[in-house]
Design a protein around this ligand. Structure first.
Ligand code: 5GP
Length: 108
């Protein structure tokens, strides 16, 4: 499904695009800032992405930091749910950038 966002076939509130990544607002935000950063290449999760396309994984990581800054946050949480038991529901690698409220630990 996120491949369709990369292709512009389904709408999303795009925050930024780079040659390797697309960043857009989560449809069901869990914090005032909740942006998903995804690679343009399709890999099911971040572990596969790191193994198959390390340059895209590095670009994704640095883009999450840039997005947090663009949104005005020095502190943010970066989450990669990896695997269904860890809460992953969309199997196209994506990092959640969460910020703008106090974030507790441990996560639920
Ligand atoms: P996961 O649970 O896989 O870590 O995260 C998937 C995220 O994608 C969820 O936070 C969910 O709200 C978001 N999401 C699912 N479908 C869409 C969609 O069509 N558009 C947008 N913008 N976000 C989506």
């Amino acid at each position: 499904m996120f491949c369709k966002i990369v292709a512009g076939e389904i709408p999303a509130e795009i925050v930024a695009e780079t040659p390797h990544t697309v960043a857009f607002r989560d449809i069901n935000p869990q914090a005032p800032t909740h942006v998903l950063v995804i690679p343009r290449v399709h890999e099911p999760d971040v572990a596969s992405l790191a193994a198959a396309a390390p340059e895209a994984a590095a670009a994704l990581l640095s883009e999450t930091r840039r997005i947090a800054g663009l949104e005005g946050h020095e502190s943010y949480r970066l989450v990669f749910n990896t695997g269904a038991e860890a809460g992953q529901t969309v199997f196209h690698a994506h990092g959640h950038v969460l910020a703008g409220r106090g974030l507790t630990w441990p996560p639920g």
